[in-house]
Design a protein around this ligand. Structure first.
Ligand SMILES: Nc1ncnc2c1ncn2[C@@H]1O[C@H](COP(=O)(O)OP(=O)(O)OP(=O)(O)O)[C@@H](O)[C@H]1O
Ligand SMILES: Cc1ncc(COP(=O)(O)O)c(N)n1
Length: 268
């Protein structure tokens, strides 16, 4: 038995290295976890958008999960892009057997505006996977879809976090304010307390993969036994540094910088 913490991501790929599985594994590595991945879809994308998508057969997703779960402990896991209901059904069946924190990034549309999951899969995600989560991390449009209500203010964000836990059965909800203006403020409701995480807004267009990086950092900290509010606090610090030191790579929205903490003078 080893005391290394093992974190698993179930998501799509990004050959340009900024989002999806690639962002998750880089984040796990930076935060000193042993990273593992289950690929759901191969996505031809870059900083400008999505050019093509190839979905893996559900049998192959199932087999990848069996390969990991039959052999290696999982101390926390996350899901990102799961494109259709067929995939969600297989993944649900397998993750129900994992007794470790589950972080859901309810990926629906990329920063570029390209849809990443089928429209009918959004409802399945809400009804069948959301109740299994320890924490779900919607941005504003995702939280609007889950609750069916528009979000314009920070009170709306808090109400959405509350509702996602009480009405939709998530273990906790972190509603992220990246899509509002003003400070970059996120609300975490854990069923008891509304926690607030605030950072200054950084003036950059290089935010490709921000949501993936944030949810992967939460997964990494949870896998190491950090309690939920502290895991989110530390992940917020990580993602803020990663945005602050993001790269102007490519001609679209450049990626966040997963080395940001290592480059930083003080480790938190
Ligand atoms: N310009 C910014 N400056 C500082 N923090 C930001 C900025 N944009 C987003 N954030 C923060 O980054 C995290 C991700 O938030 P966001 O709402 O952008 O998620 P997302 O839409 O899922 O991300 P993605 O860009 O990957 O789709 C949140 O903590 C948010 O507050
Ligand atoms: C495989 C995959 N998963 C998630 C995202 C969302 O990331 P972003 O909204 O930052 O483009 C993405 N572009 N690709």
């Amino acid at each position: 038995m080893t005391n290394v913490s093992c974190a698993l991501t179930i998501a799509g790929t990004d050959p340009s290295g900024g989002a999806g599985i690639h962002a998750d594994l880089k984040t796990f590595q930076e935060l000193k976890c042993y990273g593992m991945s289950i690929i759901t879809s191969v996505v031809a994308q870059n900083t400008t958008g999505v050019q093509a998508v190839h979905h893996l057969p559900k049998e192959m997703i199932s087999q990848q999960l069996d390969s990991v779960l039959s052999d290696i402990p999982v101390h926390a896991f996350k899901t990102g892009m799961i494109a259709n209901i067929e995939m969600m059904q297989v993944i649900k069946q397998k993750i129900e057997t994992i007794s470790a924190p589950y972080v859901m990034d309810p990926v629906m549309v990329a920063t570029s505006g390209d849809a990443l999951i089928d429209v009918e899969a959004r409802s399945y995600l809400r009804e069948h996977l959301l109740p299994l989560t320890s924490i779900v991390t919607p941005n504003i449009p995702e939280a609007e879809f889950i609750t069916g209500k528009p979000i314009h203010t920070i009170t709306d964000m808090q109400d959405a976090a509350n509702e996602i836990v009480h009405n939709y059965g998530a273990g906790a909800a972190l509603v992220k304010g990246g899509h509002l203006s003003g400070e970059a403020i996120d609300f975490l409701y854990d069923g008891e307390t509304m926690h607030t995480f605030t950072a200054k807004r950084i003036d950059t267009k290089n935010t490709h993969g921000t949501g993936c990086t944030y949810s992967a950092a939460i997964t990494a900290y949870l896998s190491q036994g950090t309690p939920l509010p502290k895991a989110v606090e530390k992940a917020k610090y990580f993602v803020t540094k990663a945005i602050e030191r993001s790269f102007a790579l490519g001609s679209g929205n450049g990626p966040t910088n997963h080395f940001a903490i290592r480059m930083n003078e003080v480790e938190q």
